[in-house]
Design a protein around this ligand. Structure first.
Ligand code: SF4
Length: 162
């Protein structure tokens, strides 16, 4: 069992600390359980614990999102677009979705994502299943819906619980 005790930092900083302290040994196969101490709310510690385990690929509890860091080539507001896509798809346990700013490097940097949303031109997006581009130059206004349809067609969609 690996242990992490939170100090005076906020939750997100504590998560970063826990990920650094616990993630490396977990990824090396050391330890199979973690204890996070020092959190006011036990649910918060549980939530962060799941996130650390998912980051180390030991347990999959949520959708996994991969975003590029964004640069001068980025063709849309990466943060806002990622938040929008997350709000539609964050209940899809175990599905990996990449949101990448451009087609120059995006497809190569999507790692092992199941689905990709990649900027292809001003106001347009290419949609991927794995490394394969399935829809080209989809207008941004309809791309979220088309991505959901694509996920559905490939059997990875479940309706969110109300
Ligand atoms: S994927 Fe494109 S936009 Fe994103 S960081 Fe790489 S080069 Fe820049």
């Amino acid at each position: 069992v690996l242990r992490f005790r939170r100090g005076a930092e906020d939750d997100e900083t504590a998560l970063l600390g826990a990920a650094i302290d616990l993630g490396a040994p977990l990824c090396d196969g050391i330890g199979d359980a973690i204890v996070l101490a020092g959190f006011d709310l036990p649910e918060r510690a549980l939530d962060l614990g799941y996130r650390v385990l998912q980051g180390a690929r030991l347990r999959t509890s949520w959708t996994e999102f991969i975003s590029c860091p964004s640069c001068g080539r980025t063709l849309f507001d990466l943060e806002e677009t990622t938040a929008r896509i997350k709000s539609r798809t964050s209940h899809l346990k175990g599905v990996k979705i990449a949101v990448m700013g451009c087609i120059v490097n995006g497809p190569g940097e999507m790692a092992d994502a199941d689905f990709g949303y990649v900027g292809s031109g001003p106001g347009t997006v290419n949609l991927f299943v794995g490394k394969q581009c399935i829809e080209r130059h989809v207008p941004e206004a309809t791309a979220d819906v088309r991505l959901v349809e694509l996920i559905r067609r490939h059997g990875a969609w479940t309706d969110p619980t109300p």
